[in-house]
Write a protein of this length. Structure first.
Length: 96
C-alpha cells in the first residue's frame, strides 16, 4: 500500500467515528500523548491567529514555539484551508 492509500484509510477511519468519546478512544490508541498535545496546540494556535491575535500573545498563552506559530500561520495563509474549514465548523457548531 502506498502512503496515499494509507492516508486515505486513516481519513476514512476518522470519518467513521461518531462521538467525541469514540474520537478520544481512537486518538488515544493512535497517537502518543505528545503527538495529541501537539495537534491540539496547533489547532488552538490556528484559532488564535485566525482571530488576529499577535504572535507573542499566542506563544505566551499556548506555549507553542515561534516555529510552530509561524508554520500554522503559513498554513492559514497559504495552505489547503483545512484549518479555516475546521475553525468555521467549530464556530457554527458552537452556536447550536
Amino acid at each position: 500500500m502506498k502512503n496515499k492509500e494509507y492516508n486515505e484509510k486513516l481519513f476514512k477511519a476518522i470519518l467513521s467515528l461518531e462521538t467525541i468519546d469514540e474520537c478520544q478512544r481512537f486518538f488515544d490508541d493512535l497517537c502518543t500523548i505528545n503527538e495529541l498535545q501537539a495537534m491540539s496546540q496547533r489547532l488552538e494556535v490556528a484559532e488564535m491567529l485566525n482571530k488576529n491575535t499577535v504572535y507573542s500573545e499566542v506563544i505566551a498563552k499556548t506555549g507553542a514555539s515561534s516555529a510552530t506559530v509561524s508554520r500554522v500561520a503559513r498554513c492559514l495563509n497559504y495552505g489547503a484551508d483545512g484549518y479555516k474549514l475546521v475553525l468555521k465548523r467549530l464556530e457554527e457548531n458552537k452556536n447550536e
